[in-house]
Design a binder for this molecule. Structure first.
Ligand code: MN
Length: 310
């Protein structure tokens, strides 16, 4: 089997301010390129695509969904994913189906992973959606793959608390491969046998120094006969050509997500609903455990009703 890994595609019908090209078009070029590769590989060997959350930039995007459906149907790739915070109003069972990713799942175009594993030959595949705990593999001595949307990264990012991937590997020894999403930075670490990794964002939507100077969008592959993770480039122009440096200073000056959120609400710009959800989640985490689910349900229902395209 060949596994294909992609982190944080953030498909969107919206043009980010910092992008100089028509990113709505170039995102499909990248996705179609990858789906075509997998479709060809699948003729010789079972090939699968794994997306570790934030397949979409916002929970609902009706302008985008038809194209996403057409591409997935055209290339007939078997896609597995978990929900990131951008894919859902607030992760819960009641509202998650009424989202772009929920629709792809209902249409049978994407399989959402969770704590009950999906078996692919001699591998068991688990998912940890945003806000969930990492599941325990049923057979830790067998071959296990985990998709997780959590702030796992070896990089020190100002004002972002991250979990060390080596710590995650030690605490979750049963997983041979841990495919991460959430933090938009590429990394790959290994203890010699097992891997923990993030391919970085498929689309460089934000004007950060990392996106402009360092990151070339890519995907990873893993041939189950070789036990090795390989990095492969996606078609992408240099950061300097697709992102404007004018937006960097503003972003670097933003001290933390709360400041960022307040700034966005005060400006006329559209605010990022995932930031709002981060703030609400951190408040809910502070209340009584027994009430947390109820409060999440109530708030997600309110967000769903009041969201402009809801
Ligand atoms: Mn993301």
């Amino acid at each position: 089997m060949i596994f294909y890994f992609l982190s944080d595609p953030h498909l969107s019908s919206q043009q980010p301010k910092a992008r100089l090209d028509k990113v709505v078009d170039t995102q499909y070029v990248k996705l179609a390129y990858l789906l075509h590769k997998i479709n060809v590989a699948d003729k010789y060997n079972d090939a699968y695509l794994f997306i570790s959350g934030d397949m979409f930039d916002r929970p609902r995007d009706w302008y985008l969904l038809p194209t996403a459906i057409l591409l997935l149907r055209k290339y007939k790739v078997k896609v597995f994913a978990v929900f990131g915070q951008h894919d859902t109003y607030m992760y819960n069972k009641t509202t998650r189906q009424n989202t772009s990713l929920g629709i792809l799942e209902a249409a049978g175009l994407v399989t959402i992973l969770g704590k009950e594993p999906v078996q692919l030959n001699d591998w068991l595949v688990y998912g940890c959606n945003y806000g969930q705990d990492i599941p325990k593999p049923e057979f830790p001595r067998n071959k296990n793959l985990l998709l997780v949307h959590k702030e796992i990264s070896p990089h020190k990012i100002p004002n972002v608390s991250t979990l060390d991937p080596y710590y995650i590997m030690r605490r979750n020894k049963g997983f041979n491969l841990i495919h991460c999403g959430d933090i938009h930075r590429e990394f790959k670490v290994t203890d010699g046998k097992k891997y923990c990794f993030n391919t970085g964002p498929m689309v460089r939507r934000e004007a950060t120094l990392y996106n402009i100077e360092d990151h070339h969008p890519c995907y990873f592959t893993f041939d189950t006969d070789e036990n090795e993770i390989k990095r492969r480039k996606l078609p992408a122009d240099p950061g300097e050509q697709v992102l404007s440096r004018e937006h960097i200073e503003q972003e670097e000056a933003t001290r933390n997500f709360l400041d960022n959120f307040i700034e966005q609400v005060e400006s006329d710009d559209e605010y990022d609903s995932a930031d709002l959800i981060n703030v609400i989640n951190s408040l809910i985490d502070a209340i009584d455990n027994n009430l947390q689910d109820k409060v999440r349900d109530i708030i997600s229902a309110v967000i769903e009703i009041t969201s402009e395209d809801g």
